[in-house]
Design a protein. Structure first.
Lengths: 577, 625
């Protein structure tokens, strides 16, 4: 029997049940009409600016489906002549509004505006092109802004405000002069607020905001250098994102294909950042055990996300003493590789270290002064997952059909603890795996900290060893982090160790990854990492090559040599008021 | 809580008012200020001192002699500065006239004929305001006090029955009864959309949230409309009283008057009125002993037209960028700081006390069935009496233009009723009315039915020498600049429409341009987010509908029938009129004119830059365009 309380909307003759959807657009999409829109992002407030989600609502005429709450008995038409005409006019207006030379655009092939024009079959625009060539802002090593490609959908502004609570950018000026600008219209590198997380680029439908990809050229130069050796290492999240660009389903780990492709591209050493992640755990978790025993600045805060570290330095410097002094995996890998290279008789500057990261903030991190020895950086170049995919395509490599290859050892050896770094909660889980074994050597079997894996915005767990209780919390997204720190400060939350990743969902959802919308894809990517984890050794101290490194290069865990290479310091960047 | 009973205040004021020997009122509205009324005001003070005529500037225990005060806008702006001595009404008064006025009119009661209004149509001389057709043919309910009383003296407002209705609703009526009365009156919002005020109040009243706001929308921005500034300047207490009644109806305890900062006089006037009302205990805690608090503050807008849209206005009050947001939720459930908020326009709120004073039934008798009450119209353009008028809803355009505004004029200012070509009503959001629509009743629904709107009540009358394409272009340029830039059709569409219209007036248009323009205009109308974008194409669509042949002349024949569009002008010398004097040849800056003395000259169209010097210098009318 049909449930009489169930409410329905009729979409193109088909009855669709209303199940808590916040607007007609979600229902229309549920009905299988995946209308392309620019300003609608499921996790952000409804903005209603692009006017692309037009549908015909019987009795009301043409409406924007994203702004209408569903009501029982509504009758919707999606593809009427009028709707199609109106959508086309609005699209033509956007195509005329700026510089939309697709062939010369970073975003070509992955641009919603381009896709929509293609799908609608737009081959000419009736309106005068206002292709005003504005200055591209390339001042930030992390992100490039090209206002002439901006269609003012406002996604970047909302993500920066609503998800990150930063507000580094907003609308400025009115009408046809409206634009997105930083405070006082400064360049990106001068912005006092931007933490380079790149979530703005992740939600940008066009090429107006993109991770800076200029370094790709430097990487080619290094590869083709007659004497220099080039080492490359890929971050955990890269293996579950890159495949999507080559038609492989999200969440399928393609690390073996990546290793093969990197060799084909000419890299001399092909490593895995997960190795350094294991190293990070050894350093960071032992730091935690010390701090926990000494009650020294708790909660300890993780430090592997550069945007999060930048956030602490810029907005809540009072928490700097709480940040773990351990460097991020990328910044541990660089000096370790270079020290090892020198150990083997090479010159530091003759090893070029390239990191493939799912992230824009990593680009900023690598360029920080503190990560240079003389004039030589610990990490020479950072390219994103998407940029690597481009290099692979450019070289004509048939990625999808590559046979898997191994990473080089020892710096390609990893445990599951290192791999799950790429998902929110992974660092904490890996740290607990390490700490549980260190604090309770007699413990048998593996403890799985399922509650830390991404299910909700705030997660917590407790590790009990005898009468010791370690309370940990995990969150991602800087607005969530802000709230957590406020609670800690107000004495409302009591934790010993907190993991924060600036991107919601962790590195799998970083700005350097293929663009995605909604929760599904990023959860699949995380799943892929946990699947890899299940095939590998459980805890970071089981990484024999990491432990061997201590004997060979680093000396003691947390010792002076380790500190020199693997730890760092922080400085308040907050403006004095 | 009131410090002194309203009756007591009235008695005191009246007894003091009796002490004065006479009253001199100078119109202090923005129009008259621009015409130099402040100099006249100063001249009165200086000259009365010189002539030893006793005078006072405020009503007080000590006042004596003549009471000299500034009033709010009296509406007869074309004839300002306006000075009223007792009931003698002078127009076009200059400071030089002041000694004579004092000597003859103030002291002796004599009338100076040359300063009176002479009706150009009949030759009648009008001694009193009510003799002037402009005033006689209006029904001034809202504007009655504005222009008569001193807006800076709350006591005079009270002595004229002010705040009695606020007191009544707070002490004798329940919020439900207040809403019911308003619903019955049929009053619809005067800001443009015409939403029923009572319904708006009632939905805010029904909200459970204890904190509510009343916002007065004084962000008047239509070019040529100035009724809200006139009311705020001339009768600020009526606005405050209206807000108090709305507060009672909804249970709000805080009010905000949002005034654009380009209205400094209005800001000062409202602020002064709030201060006086607070001092008397009218505003503040425990209003009229009801237990309900109500306070009002003024917020100055930074001059964005779009902030007249309720949700953009609220964003602006909250300190955010003035951009409209999507609805629902309506502001009456989630408005200022996410609390239920009633946003009413100035004119609406100022009418509120009148509704309760007259009673809903009486009020509803004015106007039409579905548009009750009176409406102000700011009449400008080619009419004899530009100014601020108030007529019952449903008055026809012809009645308003001919009877009140004194008729359409030629470009030289002479009255010529046949010269009427069109009237743009409702500002840039409105539409054009034609000769055929002169007998259309001016009310919400009649105007909507012809694709125009009452808007805030701006009315621009245009004579035959107006190019309708250019008019559409003018209004579109305004909306294009005032779009907030949020939604695509409004931001990009208005810009592209303007570009198409520019092509047309500059001779680059084709019939295809017209089709594109029309299709685009409809798309902007249908798909824009807020009222600004949805109504921005109205001037284009209504001129395209009513004056299509003019558009076609521009694109097909490349001529402007009204002779306005410069780029389409073709200067020619009429051989039969040309005497060959050579004046035009000398005046031409580019040497485009050739001809022998005494013989007809010619213009080389390829060289001509269309500056018009030849036409202006020709004494024989031999140059046409």
């Amino acid at each position: 029997m049909e449930n009489t309380a169930q409410k329905f909307v009729t979409i193109e003759g088909k009855k669709v049940a209303i199940e808590g959807e916040r607007n007609l657009l979600e229902l229309v999409r549920k009905a299988g009409f995946n209308i392309t829109t620019f300003c609608y992002q499921p996790e952000l407030a409804v903005f209603g600016a692009c006017r692309m989600c037009l549908v015909e609502l019987e009795g009301k005429g043409v409406v924007t489906s994203c702004t209408v709450p569903p009501k029982d008995g509504m009758v919707i038409h999606v593809n009427t002549d009028e709707v199609r005409k109106l959508r086309r006019i609005n699209l033509e207006l956007l195509l005329a509004s700026g510089n939309h030379d697709c062939t010369l655009c970073e975003k070509s092939g992955n641009c919603k505006l381009q896709r929509m024009a293609k799908d609608m079959g737009v081959t000419s625009v009736r309106f005068k092109s206002k292709n005003v060539k504005t200055q591209r802002d390339c001042t930030s090593s992390a992100l490039v802004r090209d206002p002439s490609k901006c269609i003012l959908c406002g996604n970047c502004v909302r993500v920066c405000n609503e998800i990150q609570s930063i507000g580094a950018i907003d609308f400025a000026c009115r009408g046809y002069k409206a634009k997105i600008a930083t405070a006082f219209d400064k360049s990106m590198c001068e912005s006092k607020e931007c933490v380079s997380c790149g979530q703005c680029a992740r939600v940008c439908p066009t090429g107006a905001l993109t991770p800076n990809s200029a370094e790709v050229e430097d990487v080619y130069k290094a590869i083709n250098h007659p004497t220099k050796k080039v080492a490359v290492h890929i971050a955990p999240a890269v293996r579950v994102g890159l495949g999507e660009i080559f038609g492989i389903p999200a969440g399928v780990s393609v690390d073996g294909k990546i290793a093969a492709a990197l060799r084909m591209l000419g890299f001399d050493y092909v490593y895995d950042t997960s190795f350094a992640a294991d190293l990070t755990i050894v350093e960071e978790a032992s730091e935690f055990i010390r701090r926990f025993t000494e009650k020294d600045h708790l909660p300890q805060l993780t430090s592997c996300c550069p945007a999060w570290v930048s956030y602490v330095e810029k907005f809540v410097p009072e928490f700097i003493p709480n940040l773990s002094s351990a460097r991020s995996p990328m910044q541990m890998m660089g000096p370790v590789l270079k020290a090892d290279f020198v150990e083997r008789g090479g010159k530091r500057e003759d090893l070029v270290v390239v990191a493939v990261m799912p992230c824009s903030a990593k680009k900023m991190e690598a360029k920080l002064d503190k990560f240079y020895v003389d004039d030589n950086p610990d990490t020479d170049h950072v390219v994103t997952t998407v940029a690597l995919a481009r290099m692979i395509k450019d070289a004509g490599i048939d990625f999808a059909n590559l046979a898997d290859e191994e990473f080089d050892h020892p710096f390609g050896t990893k445990t599951g603890g290192g791999v799950i770094f790429g998902a929110s909660g992974g660092v904490m889980e890996a740290a607990l795996r390490y700490a549980a074994a260190e604090l309770d050597p007699k413990r048998e079997g593996n403890v799985i900290f399922e509650s830390l894996r991404e299910t909700k915005e705030f997660r917590e767990a407790e590790l009990k060893v005898g009468d010791i209780k370690v309370r940990v919390a995990v969150t991602s997204g800087l607005k969530n982090a802000r709230k957590l720190l406020e609670d800690v400060k107000a004495g409302k939350a009591h934790y010993d160790f907190i993991e924060v990743m600036s991107c919601q969902g962790g590195c799998v959802a970083g700005a350097g990854q293929p663009q995605y919308e909604g929760w599904k894809i990023r959860k699949q990517r995380a799943k892929g990492l946990y699947a890899d984890d299940a095939k590998l050794a459980y805890k970071s101290q089981d990484n024999k090559d990491v432990m061997a490194l201590y004997g060979r290069v680093l000396d003691k865990i947390g010792g002076p040599k380790a500190h020199q290479l693997l730890h760092t310091h922080y400085k308040s960047q907050k403006e004095a008021k | 809580m009131l410090n002194k009973d309203l009756k007591k205040i009235t008695e005191e004021f009246n007894s003091q008012y009796k002490q004065i020997a006479g009253r001199i009122t100078i119109c202090g509205g923005t129009g008259c200020v621009a015409n130099g009324c402040m100099k006249v005001y100063e001249a009165f003070q200086a000259e009365m001192k010189k002539q030893k005529v006793t005078f006072c500037l405020e009503i007080s225990k000590e006042c004596q002699g003549h009471y000299l005060s500034l009033s709010g806008c009296q509406g007869f702006c074309a004839h300002g500065p306006l000075v009223t001595v007792n009931d003698i009404f002078y127009t076009h008064v200059k400071p030089e006239d002041v000694p004579e006025i004092i000597e003859k009119t103030v002291v002796k009661g004599e009338v100076i004929d040359r300063l009176l209004y002479h009706n150009p149509a009949t030759g009648d001389v009008c001694e009193h305001k009510d003799d002037i057709p402009f005033y006689a043919k209006q029904q001034r309910i809202l504007l009655k006090d504005s222009g008569r009383i001193n807006p800076r003296d709350i006591h005079e407002y009270i002595a004229n029955g002010g705040y009695a209705q606020a007191k009544r609703v707070f002490t004798e009526m329940t919020p439900e009864e207040v809403c019911k009365e308003m619903i019955e009156s049929g009053l619809r919002g005067r800001g443009g959309a015409g939403f029923p005020t009572g319904k708006k109040w009632d939905s805010a009243r029904l909200e459970k949230e204890p904190k509510k706001y009343i916002v007065c929308n004084g962000d008047e921005g239509d070019p040529g409309a100035f009724m809200d500034s006139a009311v705020m300047e001339g009768n600020p207490n009526a606005v405050l009283e209206g807000m108090m009644i709305a507060a009672r109806a909804t249970g709000a305890d805080e009010g905000v008057v949002y005034v654009r900062m380009e209205y400094p006089l209005a800001v000062r006037s409202i602020r002064a009125a709030i201060k006086q009302a607070e001092e008397l205990g009218i505003l503040g805690d425990n209003v009229f002993g009801s237990g309900q608090n109500f306070r009002i503050r003024v917020m100055e807008g930074a001059g964005a037209y779009v902030c007249g849209e309720a949700s953009a206005l609220i964003a602006s009050v909250e300190g955010r960028r003035g951009m409209p947001r999507v609805k629902p939720p309506r502001t009456s459930s989630k408005g200022l700081f996410q609390k239920p908020t009633v946003v009413n326009n100035v004119e609406t709120l100022a009418l509120v006390p009148k509704v309760y004073e007259m009673g809903a039934k009486e009020f509803k008798k004015i106007g039409t069935e579905k548009s009750s009450g009176t409406k102000t119209f700011a009449v400008t353009g080619h009419v004899a009496n530009t100014g601020l008028t108030e007529v019952p809803m449903g008055t026809t355009l012809r009645q308003l233009i001919d009877n009140v505004a004194g008729g359409t004029t030629n470009s030289d200012g002479t009255i010529n009723k046949d010269a009427f070509k069109a009237a743009q009503i409702g500002g840039p959001s409105g539409g054009c009315l034609t000769k055929d629509q002169l007998d259309l009743p001016l009310d919400f629904d009649s105007l909507k039915s012809v694709g125009a709107m009452i808007g805030s009540g701006g009315l621009v009358v245009m004579n035959e020498h107006t190019c309708m394409v250019n008019v559409a272009r003018f209004f579109l340029e305004f909306t294009k600049n005032e779009s907030c830039g949020k939604c695509v059709p409004c931001r990009e569409g208005t810009d592209q429409m303007l570009s198409l219209l520019t092509d047309i007036v500059e001779g680059r248009g084709t019939m295809e341009t017209l089709d594109t323009l029309e299709e685009l205009a409809r798309a902007v109308q249908k798909t824009s987010l807020c009222g600004l974008g949805q109504s921005a194409p109205n001037p284009v669509l209504s001129t395209l509908k009513n004056f299509r042949e003019e558009y076609i002349a521009h694109v097909k024949d490349k001529t402007c029938p009204a002779g306005v569009c410069k780029a389409l002008a073709k200067y020619r010398i009429l051989a039969d009129k040309c005497k060959g004097c050579g004046m035009c040849k000398r005046a031409c800056p580019v040497g485009a004119i050739d001809g022998q003395v005494g013989k007809p000259h010619q213009i080389d169209a390829n060289k001509c830059i269309k500056c018009g010097n030849c036409q202006r210098t020709c004494k024989f009318g031999a140059v046409t365009r």
